[in-house]
Design a protein around this ligand. Structure first.
Ligand code: GLC
Length: 535
């Protein structure tokens, strides 16, 4: 891989990196057709460099019918023409690198699109063919095979996981019918993914985000749940979640990544911290997303527990924690923190949940400083730095399959995927409509405004990058009043976040580096405010 003109030591950049998630379709539109594209990203690279991020994670940009926003990949070696070309992706990777920014791509190993060449061949070849062995095809139950072969519920709102094809067989899909699950017991499936990894590493990609990383391996008998929970079974082997044989897959991937000095971040939603940490053993994945922190309500006690447990579960395997407040699947932070229930839960999503955006924004600002002061890597989801709220997408415009599979009760995930407002001028025919009040959030309007969310993120990311103490090293909790989180980091750095019901005094310090809101007239730290101090 080419040399990187980067500000961080090359070998362990990922341990403390700030990684920006680009949802390509909604980031920036280079050709004015209403869909974000690689030309748009290339034009905005200076903005990202200015923001102070170390790497970009691109949600899937490959050829896809977009049945699930690109998580239905038809060809890993082709960029979707709506986004650009492979040559442009290569240019983008190189241009980002010139600015000191690395690139991560998203690999979706659990399934492919039903338009993928393998699945089309499997359909054409018919029952009993070697082509069908790459997937999970089974005859149906019932006298005429008219009933699905199994009872697993979908990861998307419980609907079924089996679809029948015209010749009578059924195939398994944990997500939508357009996303047939691959058979990870098949050597060709393993080989193909190893080649795809190499394909992207050869193009200078510095890392890979692994989609649904704990779901790939299945019990070959595909046994029924028979009334048991579709969630992980603590202490027992589940038919499709977190199976032991997955670790051999990730060990082989790690060996490939090591050849290129590249890294992994796994999407691993597991409640059991010991099982979670297994994915982070030194010869497996470098990092995994921390969804317990993301889902945590705005509550000092719960956040402290989540932080403490996260650090404790990562320590034995020597892996850095990751800190995430939102992504393309969950409710945007300023909206969530302004609600009565400030936690995140897929099952609780509903239309019309009231929110106080002023309060939510104030808390999101404090949450940003809290998060960016924690030891490990941080992720920023596009638009988070603009303080975008969750958009109310009109029902007729919703595209997310989660909405349709819920029978229309779940608003789905489009509200956090609406195209970014760069200027007061909306996109030309954006694929999802931008709310009428979004000019107020436009990046050019926030630029230079000392009180804007963008300025807060730029300043915080800049300080975090400049101050080695914010990277690795220990976190020590300080005694603090109820509802207040206070901890030190190396080099005399101190973070205090006030989630209590009123203002509190600051601990002794020599200077105030940054505050999410101003101190009050008497120098107290107001409610829902965080500061970075130096002692
Ligand atoms: C992951 C992705 C999500 C996608 C799903 C199926 O959870 O983050 O967007 O729908 O996997 O690939």
């Amino acid at each position: 891989m080419a040399d990187f003109p980067l500000p961080r030591p090359a070998a362990d950049w990922w341990r403390t990196a700030a990684i920006y998630q680009v949802y390509v379709r909604s980031f920036a539109d280079g050709d004015g057709d209403g869909t974000g594209d690689l030309a748009g990203v290339r034009a905005r690279l200076p903005y990202l460099a200015d923001l102070g991020v170390d790497a970009l994670w691109f949600t899937p940009w490959y050829l896809s019918p977009l049945a699930d926003g690109g998580y239905d990949v038809a060809d890993y070696r082709t960029i979707d023409p709506a986004f650009g070309t492979l040559a442009e992706a290569e240019k983008l990777i190189a241009e980002a690198r010139e600015l000191g920014i690395r690139t991560l791509v998203d690999i979706v190993p659990n399934h492919v699109s039903d338009r993928h060449a393998w699945f089309r061949a499997a359909l054409a070849a018919g029952p009993g063919s070697p082509e069908r062995e790459l997937f999970h095809f089974r005859p149906g139950r019932g006298e005429h095979g008219e009933l699905p072969p199994g009872d697993w519920p979908s990861q998307f709102n419980g609907a079924g996981t089996w679809t029948r094809v015209p010749d009578g067989e059924w195939y398994l899909h944990l997500f939508t019918p357009q996303q047939p699950d691959l058979n990870w017991d098949h050597p060709a499936v393993r080989r193909e993914h190893e080649e795809v990894l190499r394909f992207w590493f050869e193009r200078g990609v510095a890392g890979v985000r692994i989609d649904s990383a704990a779901l790939l391996a299945k019990d070959p008998a595909l046994p029924d749940l028979a009334g048991r929970s579709p969630e992980p079974w603590p202490g027992e082997t589940h038919p499709y979640i977190d199976r032991d044989e997955l670790h051999a897959v990730y060990r082989s991937w790690r060996a490939i990544a090591d050849e290129y000095g590249a890294i992994f971040v796994g999407e691993v939603w597991l409640p059991d911290s010991e099982r979670f940490a297994r994915y982070l053993r030194p010869d497996e994945l470098h990092t995994a997303f921390n969804f317990s922190f993301l889902s945590c309500p705005w509550d000092a006690g719960r956040l402290r527990t989540s932080i403490t447990e996260t650090l404790a579960e990562h320590a034995p395997v020597g892996a850095p924690a990751t800190w995430v407040l939102c992504n393309h699947d969950v409710t945007r932070t300023v909206t969530r923190y302004g609600r009565a229930d400030t936690g995140f839960d897929f099952a609780a999503k509903a239309f019309g949940t009231p929110t106080d955006l002023e309060l939510g924004t104030r808390r999101a600002r404090a949450a940003a400083l809290l998060t960016l002061a924690l030891p490990g890597a941080v992720y920023v989801y596009q638009g988070e730095e603009l303080g975008l709220p969750e958009a109310d997408v009109p029902i007729g415009r919703i595209q997310d399959p989660m909405h349709f599979r819920s029978g229309g009760t779940d608003p789905g995930r489009d509200g956090c995927r609406v195209p970014l407002p760069w200027t007061a001028e909306p996109w030309n025919e954006p694929w999802l409509p931008q709310p009428a009040d979004w000019p107020a959030y436009a990046a050019d309007r926030q630029d230079g405004d000392p009180d804007s969310m963008l300025t807060l993120y730029r300043t915080a990311l800049g300080l975090r990058r400049a101050a080695a103490g914010f990277g690795g090293g220990a976190l020590e909790w300080l005694n603090a009043p109820p509802g207040v989180l206070a901890f030190t980091r190396p080099d005399g750095l101190l973070c205090v976040a006030n989630l209590s019901g009123g203002p509190v005094a600051l601990p002794a310090h020599t200077s105030l580096l940054l505050g999410s809101s101003a101190l009050d007239d008497t120098g107290l730290l107001p409610q829902d405010t965080a500061v970075w101090l130096r002692t």
